[in-house]
Ligand binder design. Structure first.
Ligand SMILES: [Zn+2]
Length: 498
């Protein structure tokens, strides 16, 4: 085989992988949006067959031989081709390192755990779910040792979501955040509180749907390639850069919940839809990591969406859709959507207290992986940290340790991405401000200078570079949590008159 022939095969392989992902993703998406209730078993059957075929594609002998061949002839590859081989080989090695029966048992375990968690949350029955936490952690430690015997298992988990991330880096980051934000949160709480009564009332769903359309257009999403649907929990999925879907959840009594979900998911969608066209149907065509992805969604949601300029831009539209806002001025709306209050639920947390929720989960995960904590003592440890970090009492496990689905699906090591992404976004803001008058362009309803900046420095690269490299190149400096702390201190200091 010549290198040219090998590259042709690589292209065909990736197109096939993309097609399997498309099919499986579409079936999943249908399941959580419009499929009738009784159709799950059929989907399960199909997905099992598709995933087996996809597994053979990514971890089969033929694929291994092709990737080895191209790796040996790396000198003849372009940087893009080299990175494709690197990503696919990593995947191949990881999958092959785990014994088949262990892998299958783990898949079964998490499938079961998701189901049990669902019921446990509804019934507030932590005891039913607890054994799964211990079993999933044990399985993940074992798998981590197969793949990277010399790496700390929790570091391995972190690296799966953010290539190169370690607990040492996370510890330093979170220490700095905690040290600065905990006193700020206390001062905000001691100050006169902001009024968000105008966000509550009755907001008809058809009007909220019209608002979603306006928001997607304003963000610059191409509606021919980006759809919106309604689900229990909002999310974004992309089948390729040409077909991106976001979802939201409408609450009739509060329009801001869906409004900011749409902007958040819209940020993810912009990233996915704006990777370089040359990377379509290859492993470079996706966003590079969870933290970089969250940096884009939280940038749009908070830094842009909760800015004075954006709220003023949206205000006339909001008043036209919801007449009860007639007498509410722009400043009152701005203050309402930025109200901060320590609370129980991460997904409903405000911009200032959000990272505390993440830190709590991070501290607990480390202890679970280090064997310093077992599932039995997890709720007590959870509740104690909520009291310590946020000053709130947790009334039930449903509103406590059972609230997130992540652990039931095995996403240990994932949570830090949310906080890291928020901090990445703040540093990007500082850099962007050097050349873009963000407030001025947002105020006149033209976000393109902002999105052009992000496309040029982040989106178009897809997975070409490792996340840390991409980030440093985008902002021209190493990551520094100071930008995030400064951003929050300035914003909330002004809002609360500190
Ligand atoms: Zn997100």
């Amino acid at each position: 085989m010549t290198v040219q022939e090998g590259l042709k095969k690589l292209d065909a392989l990736q197109r096939k992988m993309a097609a399997f992902d498309h099919a499986a993703g579409m079936i999943y998406f249908d399941g959580v949006t419009t499929a009738p209730k009784g159709t799950g078993a059929n989907r399960g059957e199909t997905l099992a067959i598709l995933s087996e075929e996809a597994y053979k594609l990514s971890a089969g002998e033929e694929t291994g031989a092709l990737l080895d061949f191209l790796h040996e002839n790396e000198a003849e590859l372009t940087p893009e081709q080299k990175r494709m081989v690197e990503i696919l080989r990593k995947d191949f090695v990881e999958t092959r390192a785990i014994p088949m029966e262990e892998y299958v048992a783990y898949e079964r375990l998490t499938n079961e755990a998701e189901d049990v968690w669902h019921r446990a949350k509804i019934e507030n029955d932590y005891a039913a779910f607890a054994p799964y936490i211990d079993r999933i952690v044990a399985a993940q430690i074992s798998m981590a040792r197969h793949v990277e015997p010399d790496t700390d298992p929790y570091d391995y988990r972190l690296g799966r979501f953010e290539e190169g991330l370690t607990r040492a880096a996370c510890d330093a980051f979170f220490d700095e955040l905690r040290g600065s934000l905990a006193p700020l949160i206390r001062r905000v709480q001691a100050a006169p509180q902001l009024d968000d009564a105008c966000l509550h009332g009755h907001f008809p769903l058809d009007k909220q749907r019209a608002l979603s359309d306006w928001l997607m257009d304003t963000l610059g999403l191409d509606r021919a390639h980006c759809g919106i649907a309604e689900t229990e929990h909002p999310f974004t999925t992309s089948f390729s850069r040409y077909d991106v879907r976001i979802t939201t959840h409408y609450h009739e009594e509060n329009f801001a919940s869906s409004m900011y979900s749409v902007i958040h998911e819209g940020g993810h969608a912009l990233y996915d839809a704006n990777t370089d066209e040359a990377y379509a149907y290859t492993c470079l065509g996706d966003g590079v990591s969870m933290a970089i992805h969250e940096s884009q969604s939280r940038f749009m949601e908070n830094i842009v969406g909760r800015s004075r300029a954006f709220v003023s831009l949206a205000a006339p539209k909001l008043r036209a859709l919801f007449p009860q806002l007639e007498g509410v001025d722009d400043e009152a709306l701005y203050r309402a959507v930025n109200r901060s209050e320590p609370s129980l639920i991460r997904t409903e947390a405000d911009e200032l207290t959000y990272c505390m929720h993440v830190m709590i989960r991070y501290e607990l995960e480390k202890k679970l992986f280090d064997g310093l904590l077992t599932a039995r003592d997890l709720p007590a440890a959870w509740n104690a940290l909520y009291k310590e970090y946020l000053g709130v009492d947790v009334p039930s496990d449903r509103e406590g340790v059972l609230q997130d689905s992540h652990w039931s699906s095995g996403l240990f090591g994932y949570f830090p991405s949310y906080a890291l992404g928020s901090a990445y976004g703040a540093q990007m803001l500082a850099k962007m401000r050097e050349t873009v008058d963000i407030d001025a362009c947002v105020a006149r309803g033209d976000l393109s200078p902002v999105t052009d900046w992000l496309r040029e420095r982040v989106w178009r690269f897809g997975s070409l570079m490792k996340p840390g490299v991409l980030f440093e190149q985008a902002v021209g400096a190493p990551f520094d949590a100071k930008y995030y702390v400064d951003y929050l201190t300035e914003k909330y200091g002004a809002l609360y008159g500190l």
